[in-house]
Design a protein around this ligand. Structure first.
Ligand code: 13P
Length: 257
């Protein structure tokens, strides 16, 4: 059985004091929960706070990851952060291809694939985010978009490397809008993505790969979403910024584990 994986994406929010309070508050809340080792938990702070939060969580089961990374090792890439730099601060994981990177910053599947390869080559785990826009869903393109983002994002990634990849399905129309996909809509796309993974790799890779759902996840809907057979956790934006909400979502994950 796949272990549930609950990740918080703090996006461009908080200040240093609030970020440290959030990390230490979460750690204090979850430490004593029964069966806490039965779920994986991560938070992704903004880059400027990442090293401090990795320190705050040094003795915690919660790991701190990056929201983004660049594929080049070093050089004249103003404003970018490399895999080597993440390794230097003991950062174990990164999000790649988040919808805001794709649709606000204009990242392509080709760029995302380069970032995936650079991260895996450097031993950094990846949460690869995919998902369709509202007009794509309305145009019945959801499966085509998710399939393309999976095939191109994972191009030339080996079956062995898939052990270090989690997929996050985040329908763009559900992100920050309060409109969560229904439990059935989420399950349907997750099952489809698993079928695509089986086609790219094989059934055992498809069965082993975790697929998170993201988009307006809250304590009130997290358990229903994660009780679906193909929903292996959640990637949470807004509700990961409050200790009580994110703890409620972690408890929902434990209830489904
Ligand atoms: P919200 O939970 O705020 O909708 O954000 C989801 C998301 O983009 C997580 O990466």
């Amino acid at each position: 059985m796949r272990k549930k994986y609950i990740a918080g994406n703090w996006k461009m929010n908080l200040n240093l004091a609030d970020a440290k309070d959030l990390a230490s508050g979460l750690d204090a809340e979850i430490k004593n929960l029964d069966g806490i080792d039965n779920v994986d938990i991560a938070v992704c702070p903004p880059f400027v706070y990442l090293q401090r939060i990795i320190g705050t969580l040094a003795d915690s089961p919660i790991k701190a990851g990056a929201q983004n990374v660049y594929f080049e090792a070093n050089g004249a890439f103003t404003g970018e952060v490399s895999v080597e730099m993440l390794k230097d601060i003991s950062c174990p994981m990164t999000l790649i291809g988040h919808s805001e990177r794709r649709h606000v910053m204009g990242e392509t599947d080709e760029l995302i694939n380069k970032k995936v390869h650079a991260s895996l080559a450097g031993g950094i785990e990846v949460i690869l985010c995919i998902g369709e826009l509202l007009e794509e869903r309305e145009g019945d393109q959801t499966e085509a978009v998710c399939e393309r983002q999976l095939r191109e994002g994972l191009a030339n990634v080996t079956a062995d490397q898939m052990a270090n990849i989690t997929i996050a399905y985040e329908p763009v129309w559900a992100i920050g809008t309060g409109k969560t996909a229904t439990s059935d809509q989420a399950q349907e796309v997750h099952a489809f993505c698993r079928k695509v993974l089986a086609d790219i790799y094989d059934d055992s890779v498809a069965q082993a790969t975790r697929i998170q759902y993201g988009g307006s996840v809250k304590p009130a809907n997290a358990e229903e979403l994660m009780s679906n057979p193909d929903v292996d956790g959640v990637l949470v934006g807004g509700a990961s910024l409050k200790v009580s909400d994110f703890t409620g979502i972690i408890k929902a994950g434990l209830a489904c584990g």
